[in-house]
Design a protein around this ligand. Structure first.
Ligand code: TPP
Ligand code: MG
Length: 607
């Protein structure tokens, strides 16, 4: 439990002559004792008491100053994604807080805890053109898990207790039942700087006031009985959807256990940790999108039962197949959210996969067909967890995977030209073990889904698939990489250009980020759409080439840049990774020929 250090005690006589400072100190110290480790602070005057308190409350808080609020908010999102802990985000009054908005949305949609503290003018200075004052109440609409305005700072002991307890509640609300953003709007009267207020002198017993603050215990989840249909079906599949989990190995083991017990294949999205712990999972299917492009196979593989873990993969091919075949679907996810964009007859089982598989040993009772007997009223069967498939359906999946995987690998190995899709395939095999990787939206996530090869490198993939924005890409990646193992980001040119203010974080950033930049001078994704045939207006209004010289751009920020002209060169640069700084490795590609390559080749792998 962090304690206020001596530095604070030196400040105490000043701080506690000033109500704003006292209250901001209580706010910061309470969060610190709850486990806060990072606060991102944007410059401004109204937020002065908060900035001082968070910058000085404790050496245990990493206080980071970032100029651009949009970038700051995505950076905080990245830190919170990687640590799974709430990160505090502070700004001044006015439009500053509005710039947090896209990251607040992403935090909500991808279930990331953020604590947003927007400073505000007091009531009497609102609605009267007092300057830099907007309506900040409910600024983020329905996106926050919880939002409120704090009372004006007061040195009354009852009010200090109110503040302490409200802050504890805010912390909890950012974490349960589903992690997400919480917004506290905080009014301050002058004086904002730590100078004495008139008549304020507070006697404050710090240790007594903060004693007993502990992190809450999560709401216990009840055990859910396993549907009998799972045990009885020979045509079931598991879909491991997009997921960013704190304990990837445990998560993957639980899925593997379910798969081996039921003898169901696991269709794992490129953004699922399952692909990076391949040895755990003998029935792993990574090429489902390519397999399902084969009409014949997609019919033969029609499932009876689907167990979807978390959110559905991006693949349109997979989604269309599920709509056509209409299997009975279960969705395993602890949240209270609707995770069925296909609007099937789905049953949500509101537990985590780890919890669901806790009693897995008992499920063998009733499993038909591989050494067990169909149990009645708890009669015992024996579960087998051997890795040789026993049902013809499972065998068909595994054979298709082996064949398509081999076709993909043969194509990629012999490809010397800089075709975009190869970057995802190559990265899956060459990154140092455990590398944090941020995958930008647009074609990078899609190439990862198509081509990320199963491996045992334990790469930690992150992404903003909550709202699929191309905004905040660089800042999120820097947040993920900050104070962690050397990291990599895979991004298109427009996504990087949308967030170049992220480079302003370079002097605060601790660690290393390599940006693998696929520069196809525009939005390659739009080349895949029917609108590409209509030029004009295609180039000007959809592809939007920006003609940026990235070497010069990088030079402006003091960021290293290298033009990569061969796959060997890329490979050499990615392992080992440097330990410090930001670096761009630019691959120049051609979006028109790349779109054509995908259109021609994606259907070929499973022919
Ligand atoms: C904030 C935001 N604005 C616009 C879009 C629409 N959009 C999706 S992909 C894309 C182009 C991305 O281009 P780039 O990053 O170069 O990747 P590429 O398509 O070339 O792979 C755009 C504008 C979006 N997803 N998010
Ligand atoms: Mg592009």
């Amino acid at each position: 439990m962090p304690n206020a250090h001596s530095f604070l005690f030196e400040l105490m006589p000043i701080a506690f002559n000033n109500t704003n400072q006292l209250c901001s100190f209580i706010l910061a110290e309470t969060l610190c004792r709850l486990g806060l480790t990072c606060a991102v602070i944007c410059p401004g005057s109204r937020s002065t008491p908060l900035a001082l308190a968070f910058a000085k409350v404790s050496y245990n808080i990493d206080a980071i100053s970032i100029l651009d609020e949009r970038s700051a908010a995505f950076f905080a999102l990245g830190v919170a994604k990687a640590t799974k802990r709430p990160v505090v985000l502070i700004c001044s009054s006015g439009t500053a807080g509005a710039n947090f908005y896209p990251a607040v949305i992403e935090a909500r949609e991808s279930r990331v805890p953020l604590l947003i503290l927007t400073a505000d003018r007091p009531q009497e200075l609102r609605n009267c053109h007092s300057g830099q004052t907007i309506d900040q109440l409910k600024l983020y609409g329905n996106y926050p898990n919880w939002q409120t305005e704090l009372a004006l700072p007061s040195s009354d002991m009852q009010m200090l207790a109110y503040l302490r307890q409200t802050v504890i509640h805010a912390w909890e609300k950012s974490l349960i039942s589903v992690p997400g953003p919480v917004h506290l709007n905080i009014p301050f009267r002058d004086p904002l700087a730590p100078i004495p207020d008139a008549n304020i002198q507070v006697e404050f017993e710090e240790e007594e006031f903060f004693s007993g603050i502990t992190t809450f215990s999560p709401i216990p989840q009840s055990r859910i009985p396993i549907p009998q249909e799972w045990l009885q079906s020979q045509r079931g599949i598991i879909i491991a959807g997009v997921a960013q989990v704190q304990q990837p190995k445990e998560y993957c083991s639980a899925i593997a256990q379910l798969s081996q017990t039921l003898k169901f294949p696991v269709l794992a999205e490129g953004l699922s940790p399952v692909r990076n712990y391949a040895d755990l999972n003998p029935y792993l299917i990574s090429t489902y999108d390519l397999i399902l492009r084969n009409e014949n196979l997609s019919q033969q593989l029609a499932p009876e039962i689907v167990i979807q873990i978390g959110e559905l993969p991006t693949s349109k091919q997979l989604r269309t197949w599920l709509i056509t075949t209409q299997p009975k679907r279960w969705i395993i996810d602890p949240s209270d959210q609707n995770l069925d964009p296909l609007h099937g007859k789905t049953i949500h089982l509101r537990v985590s996969i780890e919890q669901l598989t806790q009693g897995v040993e008992e499920w063998g009772r009733g499993r038909v067909g591989e050494g067990g007997t169909r149990g009645q009223g708890g009669q015992v069967g024996i579960i087998t967890t051997s890795s040789s498939p026993s049902s013809p359906y499972l065998q068909l999946w595994c054979d298709a995977e082996a064949q398509v995987r081999s076709n993909v690998d043969k194509t990629m190995v012999t490809m010397n030209e800089l075709v975009e899709s190869k970057a995802a395939w190559l990265l899956s095999q060459i990154l140092p073990p455990g590398t944090p990787l941020f995958i930008a939206n647009s074609m990078p996530v899609r190439d990862v889904e198509f081509f990320w090869k199963p491996n045992n490198l334990g790469v930690r993939s992150h992404f903003n698939r909550g709202a699929n924005g191309i905004d905040g890409t660089l800042s999120t990646a820097l947040g993920i990489a900050h104070r962690r193992q050397s990291s990599v980001m895979l991004s298109g040119d427009l996504s990087l250009l949308h967030d170049t203010n992220g480079f302003l974080i370079r002097n605060k950033f601790v660690g290393h980020l390599t940006i693998v930049l696929i520069n196809n001078n525009g939005g390659g994704i739009f080349e895949m759409l029917p609108i590409a045939e209509f030029d004009p207006p295609f180039e000007e209004f959809f592809a939007t080439p920006q003609d940026i010289d990235f070497a010069q751009l990088c030079a402006t920020y003091g960021v290293e840049h290298e033009l990569i002209t061969s796959w060997e060169k890329l490979q050499q640069n990615l392992n080992p990774l440097p330990s410090k700084g930001i670096r761009v490795l630019e691959l120049r590609t051609n979006r028109k020929t790349d779109a054509k390559w995908r259109q021609e080749n994606l259907p070929k792998f499973a022919e």
